[in-house]
Design a protein around this ligand. Structure first.
Ligand code: SF4
Length: 131
């Protein structure tokens, strides 16, 4: 019998839930305080997902990194694959908050979107025009 202990993060109660999978595949749970926690623990047991938040390189802005996140949670076991892909990406300023950086990343049904607006670095532009 497979078993996993899960701390529910859906609300501040942080219930400690034990999930057991019976030989027929059915899940048994102990410790959940509500139905939402049951769903969370079931997802964590069968296919854990996370919202990815990271940065990608940006050219021409006043800071070198653009904060991004996944539009929906992605499978936990694919997080490193997505990070490897994003490490090879560089976008060009200006970039608007909410704009898509990568559409349908790795075919997982999630977009990578900017979580900050970054304009063109006017200091760099002026310096460039003075050359
Ligand atoms: S099981 Fe329900 S009550 Fe417990 S932490 Fe999760 S959401 Fe909150």
């Amino acid at each position: 019998m497979k078993q996993k202990d899960v701390i529910c993060v859906v609300c501040p109660n942080s219930c400690a839930i034990t999930v057991k999978q019976m030989p027929d595949g059915k899940l048994l749970m102990e410790g959940q305080g509500c139905k939402r926690g049951e769903q969370y623990a079931s997802d964590e047991f069968l296919a854990p997902k996370r919202t990815l938040a990271t940065t990608v390189r940006i050219k021409g802005a006043f800071i070198p990194l653009l904060p991004v996140r996944s539009s929906v949670p992605v499978p936990k076991e694919r997080l490193n694959d997505i990070l490897d892909l994003l490490a090879r990406i560089e976008v060009q300023a200006p970039f608007k908050c909410g704009s898509v950086v990568v559409q349908n990343v790795l075919g997982l049904g999630a977009d990578i979107i900017a979580t900050r607006t970054l304009g063109v670095d006017t200091c760099a532009k002026v310096a460039c025009e003075l050359r």
